[in-house]
Design a protein around this ligand. Structure first.
Ligand code: GLU
Length: 495
């Protein structure tokens, strides 16, 4: 395990919604930085104008904030090695591309898209792998310079060594060796002057003194290109870790857009913003994401961010694909909810109640939390359990008031007797309510389920609720009696 302070970066492209995979990459970076007392940098990789989605950068920053992953350097925050948004670094990439051209490690290519298309088609029809055919690779430098200064459209390509092989080292996967003749002269700078990822990320990682790179395994294919670029500059390489991919819950194939749309119908998602809206907690999401690809001991380990920092070990990261398991998300979320302080949980639950149009009384909410906490899987589960507390009147389905195996008239009698008993109680606490109510059940010769079932529906409007006597105490005698009177009326109409 590395103990020296690291410099790591999360380098998302603002091209859409923040995905679970991004959250996990950001988390691993954060954990390693905090564990070693190093720095965690946010870099926005936005040079691909075609894929740019307005608002995506803000969503990323909001997502990180919600997750509680704070960065030390980044856009708007600044830092000694910025700017941290790639579109603010145009000249830096130009200068570095020029350096590669000047040293013969890259070259200007004037081939038109039409010609490249023809070459590709021809290669395809010969059933050989498509690659740049090297037309401009050996242009004399002064001819290339002349054509550039005359304004001819061109790109800059990397001059891949045509012989030998490239060996790259991934901490999780070991050595990866490829024959250089299988590697392409990839484009580094497009004809509009903007760099592609391959150049921009390598330059930035070097200039920002990044020591460890966590990134998605979709970059494994171009990994040999990346190490060649770094070596062409003569720079030191970071430690690379290509993380596992997420598979569909079935374990068959990558999580697709369609699969994500299906998940939403069941109250799940792989997008951070959706998870937040669906009532998941950052603690639950992080715990869930962290353990997909990290053997942190028992897979069922419930870990706080601080505990994750303590336990994190890059040598235990697992590169095997991980199937998404939403029931584990439920599990971790519920566990974290149960570990929260009452006032913290109340503050997190309140917005869901307010959003549902309920006038929330804070003191009352604090009393409700201990009654419902055990049953919550997501924060918005508070609605079925607790919304009725804040309503002036509950809507009662009269038929539900009729106790099992009894008539409406007999059920009305239960409510009348309960009313008489409760009305005269000197105090209205659950302890004071419970004993005489249980005595009443015996006196009536009925089961607790029959009696309390009728009262539950009368008072809460629902067949399932938090513990009845505690709930009665919270809404108070007056409301309880009001609701019982209403139930008696409804039952009398049915009788
Ligand atoms: N911008 C790249 C992406 O979003 C970053 C990959 C990396 O971390 O180097 O996939």
């Amino acid at each position: 395990m590395t103990e020296a302070p690291v410099r790591v970066r999360f380098a998302p492209s603002p091209t859409g919604h923040m995905h679970l995979g991004s959250a996990r990459t950001a988390l691993y970076n954060y954990l390693l930085a905090r564990k070693t007392g190093g720095q965690f940098i946010l870099r926005i990789e936005d040079t691909d104008q075609k894929r740019y989605v307005p608002g995506a950068e803000q969503e990323l920053i909001d997502g990180l904030r919600w997750l509680g992953i704070d960065f030390d350097e980044g856009p708007d925050k600044g830092g000694p090695l910025g700017p941290y948004r790639q579109t603010d670094r145009f000249e830096i990439y130009q200068a570095h591309a020029k350096q590669l051209v000047d040293t013969g490690k890259a070259f200007a290519c004037f081939c038109t898209p039409e010609r490249l298309e023809r070459v590709r088609n021809e290669q395809q029809s010969r059933k050989i792998s498509t690659h740049y055919d090297g037309t401009c690779r050996n242009l004399a430098p002064d001819e290339a310079a002349r054509r550039i200064s005359s304004g001819e459209k061109h790109v800059i390509r990397f001059r891949m060594p045509s012989e030998g092989s490239t060996t790259a080292q991934d901490l999780l996967r070991g050595e990866i060796t490829v024959e250089n003749k299988l590697l392409d002269d990839s484009v580094l700078i497009k004809s509009d002057g903007w760099p592609v990822y391959h150049l921009a990320a390598m330059v930035d990682d070097h200039l920002m003194k990044i020591t460890h790179v966590f990134r998605g395994s979709e970059w494994l294919g171009t990994f040999p290109l990346h190490v060649n670029i770094i070596r062409a500059f003569g720079w030191e390489e970071p430690i690379w870790m290509h993380l596992s991919v997420f598979l569909k819950p079935s374990g068959k194939g990558k999580m697709s857009k369609r699969e994500s749309a299906e998940a939403i119908k069941d109250g799940y998602s792989i997008f951070v913003k959706d998870l937040q809206e669906l009532g998941f907690t950052p603690e639950g999401v992080l715990n869930w994401a962290a353990l997909m690809g990290w053997g942190a001991g028992e897979v069922e380990d419930v870990l706080t961010l601080d505990q994750m920092i303590e336990k994190f070990d890059i040598n235990r990261l697992n590169p095997s694909p991980a199937a998404i398991n939403f029931s584990k998300l439920d599990y971790f979320n519920g566990e974290h909810i149960r570990r929260m302080a009452i006032d913290d949980l109340a503050a997190r639950i309140k917005p869901y109640l307010t959003k549902a149009g309920l006038p929330v009384d804070d003191d009352m909410l604090l009393k409700i939390i201990p009654l419902i906490r055990e049953r919550l899987v997501t924060l918005d589960d508070c609605l079925p359990f607790a919304a009725w507390f804040f309503r002036d009147n509950v809507e009662v389905n009269p038929v539900e008031l009729i106790a099992k195996k009894l008539t409406a008239a007999e059920s009305a009698e239960i409510v009348r007797k309960s009313y008489a008993l409760l009305k005269d109680l000197p105090e209205f606490t659950h302890a004071v309510i419970e004993t005489p109510m249980r005595m009443l059940v015996d006196e009536l010769g009925l089961s607790p389920n029959q009696v309390f079932g009728v009262l539950r529906v009368a008072i809460t409007g629902q067949m399932v609720s938090p513990p009845l006597f505690e709930s009665m105490e919270i809404i108070g005698k007056q409301k309880v009696l009001e609701r019982l009177r209403n139930a008696i009326e409804l039952l009398e109409k049915l009788a």
